[in-house]
Each structure stands twice: as C-alpha cells, then as structure tokens.
Write a protein that binds this ligand. Structure first.
Ligand code: PMP
Ligand code: GLN
Length: 389
C-alpha cells in the first residue's frame, strides 16, 4: 500500500536486529539455527498446567500495574535467598514484559537528551537504540578479545559530568564473561559521590559454570542503592516467547521506572505471572540451571574440538564464542552468512555488537539446544572443515 506521508525517519540508518536476520536466513536455508538465543526444547509441563489452571479459574483480567503480588513476593524471596538483599514487595519490584522492555523503560525513565550512558562493547543490541530513542548518547568502553574483562582505567576516563547511567551485563551476552566481586568494587569506586544510575542486565544470573558465583549488583549494598537490576524468566524457565521479566531497585528509582512502565505497558500477562510464581517455589528449577547448561556447554565444546574453530572461554550464558581466524579471510558478517548458506549452520557475527564494527573474526554459537541439534550442527561443520570427516 502506498502512503502519502513523507517520512523523516527517526532512525535512517537502523537495520533489522541481527537475531531476526540470522533466524530468518537459517529458516530460508534449512540451516541448523545456533544463532538467535532460545532453547529448542520444551519447558516442564507443570508450568503449562499451572497457567492453564489459572486461566480456567478466571485469572484473566488486568494484573496490578507493578505485577501480581504472588509473583512480586516470589521474586523478592528469591533475590533475598540468593543475594541477601531485601527489596520491598510493594515498592521495589516490578514485573515487566521481558528484559527488553525493562531495559528500555529504565533508560527512558532516567536518561534525558544530552545525557551520556556508558556501555561496554560488545554490547547487547537493544541498549544503544533505547539510549538514542530518548536523546541520550552512548559512550563505549571496551571488553577486549579474548578475555573480555572490563578495563576500569578506561571506564574512569570515560565518565564525565554528563554520565547519567552505566549499563552492565553479567553473565555477558555475547562473550560469556563474568563480572567478579572485584569488578563490583571498582564500579562502586567509579560512581561513589555521583548521581549515576546503574542498569544491571542479569538475565543469565542462573547460568554460570565451573562453580562460579554470580556477582549480582543486588548483593552489593552500595551499588544496589543506585541500581535497577533486570532479569528474565524467558532464560531461566526455557520460555523466551512468554516475554516476562522483572526489575528490582530502591523505591525512589522504582517510582520513576513505574512512571514510564504504567503508560508503556501498564501491566503484563496475568496467568503467566501466576504460573511462574507457583513454579518458582521449587528453587531447584532455577538453581539447577547452571549444571543443566554446563553439561550442554561441555557437550558442545567436545563436539567442536575436532573442528578448526578456536573456542574461547565460556564462563556463563548459553553462548559459545569461537574464533575462525585462519579459517577464512571473510569478515564475520560475511562468514556467518556463508556458514549459514553453504555449511548449514547459523551463527551470530560478534562485530555487530561493536559500534565501530571492530571485527575479531569471532562468531557466537547458541548451545541452548537438544543434543541432536548440536550433533547435527557439528556434523555439518566437520564435513565442511575436516577433510577426513
Ligand atoms: N539482555 C540480554 C543480555 C539478553 O541476552 C536478552 C535476550 N536474549 C535480553 C536482554 C532480552 O530478554 P527478554 O527476552 O526477556 O526481553
Ligand atoms: N537475546 C537473544 C540473543 O542474544 C535474542 C533476543 C532477540 O531476538 N531479541 O540471541
């Protein structure tokens, strides 16, 4: 259909998110899709039974704006049990339509035109567009190949009187790196005495390997007092399509968050909130996630060992980075497209998460998949890259 409207695009240079691009290409080519991060296996029927039961019981009307009290209580209890933080159920937790909405809403609530927001690249792809939508400017610190640890000296130099917010993400997508307790101390030092708000994206909080403990900002009282901490049930309970997450933070920050949330989303799908609140009561369901995904990580790494990809460390998340340096002269976008079309395995090129396009010849594989999916992908890679296979 034609439109008579002359469009002065707000984002003339904005493309489509890489996750959509690669999943679409994977479907078109019949490739094994290890690009976009989502499980290809089912959640437990108990979760679906609970949702169905609540729907039949008539819990189908608007939930309160901040979320149903049953779920808010379950979240606060979990955060207290894991990180020792006590958030108020009424005023310090809000249920959101996934982490993406939580992040967008937090940025809209605190960032104004002319403000700077410090992010670490490789940076998850929704942060910068959200910052720019509200007139803020992203300032980029680097997590450097191959260990992707923050350089706090660099961060110190990048903080200015205009810095309104710092966004951190641990366990980190796409690199699988973690912030340590020492990193949190450094961060606390950087922001002490300022009005900087921290937005902490902790959607992979339950997916850390080899006995590592998650350093949640909720568990660091000084940082928690200036932080909005974000999580997502999509990652934790294998239901990315449900789009339900939450934020916790001090009452004064949460009040600002809710001013935006109430007119942006108002409230989130009620029966799923009830189902999740019930499902969360068995803590082994989130506490068991680390071992569950560690097994998948190890299985995938073993499958990949005979290929010429160089696997980088993976300390958390369900993503495995791999360097293909020496394997191909292509840039990582072209390589990911070639791998999808010609080899039949879809991956995410990591340079898309770098504002300057820095390309370290690294691609991201998602291993939140059934064993047979991972085996099918590895067979295709072996056939393409290992002569004897
Ligand atoms: N942050 C990070 C780091 C993510 O990886 C994702 C999703 N994969 C999100 C936020 C968005 O989560 P949700 O699907 O709950 O919106
Ligand atoms: N966060 C998921 C990933 O990293 C994708 C989410 C999305 O498609 N927006 O792959």
């Amino acid at each position: 259909m034609e439109t008579p409207v002359r469009i002065d695009s707000r984002f003339p240079n904005m493309g489509t998110t890489i996750f959509t691009v690669m999943s679409k290409l994977a479907a078109e080519c019949g490739a094994v899709n290890l690009s976009q991060g989502f499980p290809d296996f089912q959640a437990e029927p108990a979760l679906f039974d609970a949702m169905h039961r609540h729907m039949l019981a008539g819990r189908n009307q608007y939930a309160p704006m901040a979320g149903l009290p049953e779920l808010r209580q379950a979240i606060v209890d979990k955060v207290a049990a894991l990180y020792g933080a006590t958030y108020d159920v009424e005023s310090e937790v809000t249920v959101t339509a996934g982490a993406t909405q939580a992040i967008f809403t937090a940025i809209a609530a605190f960032v104004r035109p002319g403000d700077e927001v410090l992010v670490f690249e490789p940076v998850y792809d929704s942060y910068v567009p959200a910052i720019e939508t509200v007139g803020g400017t992203a300032v980029f610190a680097q997590l450097k190949f191959p260990d992707y640890a923050p350089d706090w000296e660099q961060v110190k130099k990048l903080i200015s009187p205009k810095t309104r917010m710092i966004v951190v993400n641990s366990p980190h997508n796409p690199t699988g790196s973690l912030l340590s307790a020492v990193d949190l101390e450094k961060l606390a030092e950087m922001v002490r005495g300022t009005d900087i708000v921290i937005l902490s994206d902790e959607v992979y909080e339950h997916i850390l390997f080899d006995g590592e403990q998650h350093a949640s900002l909720s568990g660091h009282p000084e940082l928690a007092a200036r932080s909005i901490v974000v999580s997502s049930f999509g990652k934790t309970y294998h239901i990315t399509g449900w789009k339900i997450g939450y934020v916790v933070g001090p009452a004064a920050l949460m009040a600002e968050f809710r001013k935006v949330h109430q007119f942006n989303v108002f409230t989130v799908h009620a029966p799923s909130q009830l189902a999740i609140a019930e499902y969360m009561q068995d803590a082994s369901r989130h506490l068991g996630l680390a071992a569950f995904y560690q097994e998948k990580r190890d299985f995938f790494r073993e499958l990949m060992a005979p290929t010429p990809f160089r696997l980088l460390p993976c300390r958390g998340t369900y993503f495995q980075l791999a360097s293909y340096a020496g394997l191909s002269e292509l840039g990582d976008r072209a390589f990911a497209e070639w791998l999808t079309r010609e080899v039949g395995v879809a991956v995410i090129p990591v340079s898309v998460f770098n504002a300057d396009g820095r390309d370290d010849k690294v691609v991201r594989f998602c291993f939140a998949k059934r064993e047979e999916t991972l085996v099918a992908a590895s067979q295709r890679l072996l056939k393409a890259f290992v002569k004897s296979a």
